[in-house]
Write a protein of this length. Structure first.
Length: 268
């Protein structure tokens, strides 16, 4: 598929997906939804790509849904939601960010280069790691638009920050700066806007050091740990170890250690 609203690139083991509607602050449209679904599948199946970076073109990460494409009239919106309305409107290609990113067997990094609000915040939250430029803004603005959080925004905020902080951000429709976002654990690192793309690539390169299979299993175990008991997690631990011990990369990891050289993992 040729993309109109995205740019998908791969440099070595790093895949970069850029939302490319800078004139609209990369606000999401139905077309972008169709293209995102296709791009995610490509990255998931690309054995050479070991980490995904998601960012925005221009001065924003993503300003949420493009409200110009959503009817302001509630009756018209309800009509579009009927079975016949959906048929006449065509595919809307909803994106389940949380499930899509968590099921992707490789690390995902949101490079928040500017405002990330509403659905744009959900997209950043769905990634495993969030890096922010020092001029980034993150906003849980849903209730200010008359809707609750979408694309698992409430779920992801609560997992990251706990219910009290999630309530504060969501009920107040708060927009916070990069440093505050780091202080509360919403982003991992804040970097200068100048050179942000380069610094992001350097960070992403570090995420490719580990064996791809081991990273994929580790990611599964990390998120399962949020929802299971220690006893159940122990079973995942055992199965993950058994699976990894039968890979070529496990042998390479040991051999490279003994030979005092960097490992050359192949994902096998």
């Amino acid at each position: 598929m040729e993309y109109e609203t995205l740019i998908l690139e791969r440099e070595g083991a790093i895949a970069t997906l850029t939302l490319n509607r800078p004139e609209s602050l990369n606000a999401m449209t139905r077309q972008m939804g169709v293209e995102l679904n296709d791009a995610f599948a490509q990255i998931r199946d690309d054995t050479q790509a070991r980490v995904l970076v998601v960012t925005g073109a221009g001065r924003a990460f993503c300003a949420g849904e493009d409200v110009k494409q959503r009817p302001a009239d509630s009756a018209e919106m309800r009509e579009q939601s009927t079975p016949m309305g959906k048929l006449t409107r065509g595919p809307s290609a909803p994106i389940d960010f949380a499930a899509t990113f968590r099921n992707m067997p490789k690390p995902t990094i949101a490079a928040v280069n500017g405002p990330a609000v509403g659905q744009g915040l959900s997209l950043a939250l769905a990634c495993d790691i969030r890096l922010a430029s020092d001029n980034a803004k993150l906003g849980a603005v849903w209730t200010l638009r008359g809707i609750p959080p979408e694309s698992a925004g409430a779920y992801l905020l609560t997992q990251l920050l706990g219910p009290a902080k999630a309530c504060e951000l969501i009920f107040g429709g708060k927009i916070i700066g990069a440093e505050e976002a780091k202080d509360i654990g919403l982003v991992n690192e804040v970097m200068p806007a100048e050179g942000f793309a380069h610094a992001t690539r350097e960070f992403a390169a570090e995420m490719t050091n580990g064996a791809p299979v081991a990273n994929a299993i580790s990611k599964m175990m990390i998120y399962q740990a949020l929802e299971t008991s220690l006893e159940v997690h122990g079973r995942f631990d055992f199965l993950g170890q058994q699976y990894a011990f039968n890979t070529e990369d496990r042998e390479e990891g040991i051999q490279s250690f003994l030979e005092k050289r960097p490992a050359e993992f192949k994902g096998l």
